[in-house]
Design a protein around this ligand. Structure first.
Ligand SMILES: NC(=O)c1ccc[n+]([C@@H]2O[C@H](COP(=O)([O-])OP(=O)(O)OC[C@H]3O[C@@H](n4cnc5c(N)ncnc54)[C@H](O)[C@@H]3O)[C@@H](O)[C@H]2O)c1
Length: 173
């Protein structure tokens, strides 16, 4: 991460497992200013106790579905790590929420990043979803459910959004 030389970094879902570890690594490597953006449905402040100790990590409680707030928090950001997501079991239980968070929420983050002239966005994916999408959907040979496929589609649309924004902005993977 050191080659990125970012001064002000936004981590969506930064209080979660992966996001908080990214924060720890960034603090250790080049100590930038870090904004954690999380609605705390699953994330924990305790996950950030190490990173918070340096005084350059700020927490903003908010939801990536809130486009206005995402645009506000994006101001002056150089680099985004987009980690906000709901867990796969919740996607199955609440498919509309999955659509709103994984698809609309990701779109909000990417749109706001372009508007704020962010240099790079690193978005989470999961090989599990991609494998699900590529699996044969024959009912007798697979345990893939409709909700799992739906979730995989949301993940796929996240990837499609990222690729579309990359093509339009010149961002690199
Ligand atoms: N943990 C793994 O082993 C693993 C492996 C591969 C991919 N991933 C992917 O990495 C990403 C992060 O995974 P994780 O394990 O850290 O998950 P996590 O649940 O620990 O973290 C996700 C964070 O997003 C926050 N969040 C959820 N909905 C939000 C919303 N609407 N607005 C703002 N914040 C919201 C949660 O509160 C949580 O802090 C996910 O996209 C996941 O699919 C994780």
């Amino acid at each position: 991460m050191s080659e990125l030389q970012a001064k002000r970094i936004l981590i969506t879902g930064g209080a979660g497992l992966v996001g908080s570890q990214i924060a720890d690594l960034l603090v250790r490597e080049n100590n930038p200013e870090i904004i954690i953006f999380d609605n705390f449905v699953r994330g924990r402040r305790e996950n950030l106790s190490g990173a918070m100790a340096n005084g350059r990590v700020q927490i903003v409680t908010g939801d990536i579905r809130d486009s206005k707030l995402v645009h506000e928090v994006m101001q002056g950001i150089d680099l985004v790590f987009h980690q906000a997501a709901i867990r796969i079991t919740q996607c199955a239980e609440e498919p509309r929420l999955a659509l709103e968070v994984l698809a609309d929420g990701t779109f909000n983050v990417l749109e706001a990043a372009v508007a704020a002239k962010v240099k790079k966005v690193v978005a989470a994916s999961s090989p599990r979803y991609m494998v699900s999408l590529r699996s044969s959907p024959r009912p007798k040979s697979t345990t893939l459910t409709i909700t799992a496929r739906f979730t995989a589609r949301q993940r796929s649309s996240t990837k499609d959004f990222c690729e579309a924004f990359m093509k339009c902005t010149g961002w690199t993977m």
